[in-house]
Design a protein around this ligand. Structure first.
Ligand code: ACO
Ligand code: ZN
Length: 226
């Protein structure tokens, strides 16, 4: 019985030919020359972008058993700003932000999570904000929705940010696909809260997420709740 099931699964995969690259994480069809070409194009460029060679001066703001977080600030040496920019492009590419410049690049702080293999596997860009844009895309409420349903739905969209108090806006948060669900985004945010304003840790309410994606909403809802 199990063998039969396995055969069916194998046949299905063979037909579809979906492969996930173990180094860059791209999912592509190994049977399609066009897909293979696209993967080849992407693979090296991606790995070069997230490679971290180490710097003479690194602003290490947190250390863990599986990596460290460094902070890049405006005015840092060119090589540091260049790496921050490279990683932002990788994130934007995945977020579908087609190379939009930051609102205020001069005051953006970039937090990079570097793993023990010297890869940048996480990136968070934070900016000062006086007022957060609340995520107000509140969906039409079907008439038969209970209050609990509504609150649950509503909460998922608004997170628990109280926009009037928010002091720190997260304009990008990205974790390498092969490094997700290991608490990297949570640790980036914890670190932002401790270091964004020197000597004055921020509460979760003082952080706002701009324009969250579905992944971002799931994460933010979970993070803000705990
Ligand atoms: N679906 C459901 N729950 C999730 C998800 C998800 N995709 N991601 C995180 N969570 C929840 C889980 O409860 C998780 O805890 P668990 O793993 O113990 O269940 C908890 O949040 C903590 O997650 P982390 O491990 O800290 O998050 P991770 O390092 O995986 O990064 C992120 C999350 C940044 C959203 C990642 O999935 C990602 O980079 N996605 C693609 C880019 C993206 O959409 N970024 C957000 C854009 S919004 C913005 O930039 C303002
Ligand atoms: Zn690859």
């Amino acid at each position: 019985q199990d063998d039969d099931d396995q055969l069916i699964i194998d046949a299905g995969q063979k037909e579809f030919g979906a492969t996930s690259c173990e180094s860059c994480g791209m999912v592509y069809s190994a049977d399609s020359p066009e897909d293979q070409f696209q993967h080849n194009q992407f693979h090296q460029r991606f790995l070069d972008s997230i490679k971290f060679v180490g710097w003479k001066k690194e602003r290490v703001v947190a250390e863990f058993w599986d990596g460290k977080i460094i902070l890049v600030m405006p005015g840092d040496p060119k090589y540091a700003l260049k790496k921050a920019e490279e990683v932002r492009r990788v994130a934007d590419n995945e977020l579908g932000f087609q190379q939009v410049a930051l609102n205020c690049p001069t005051q953006a702080k970039t937090y990079l999570f570097i793993n023990n293999e010297r890869l940048v596997v996480g990136c968070l860009i934070a900016q000062n904000i006086r007022q957060a844009y609340r995520v107000l895309a509140v969906p039409q409420t079907p008439k038969d929705m209970t209050r609990e349903d509504f609150m649950e739905h509503h909460r998922a969209w608004c997170c628990s940010t109280s926009p009037e108090n928010a002091m720190c806006g997260v304009s990008r948060i990205w974790v390498f696909s092969l490094a997700r669900r290991k608490g990297i985004a949570s640790r980036l945010l914890d670190t932002v809260r401790c270091t964004f304003i020197y000597g004055s840790p921020l509460t979760k309410d003082e952080i706002a997420f701009s324009d969250p994606t579905p992944d971002g909403k799931q994460f933010a809802t979970q993070y803000c709740d705990t």
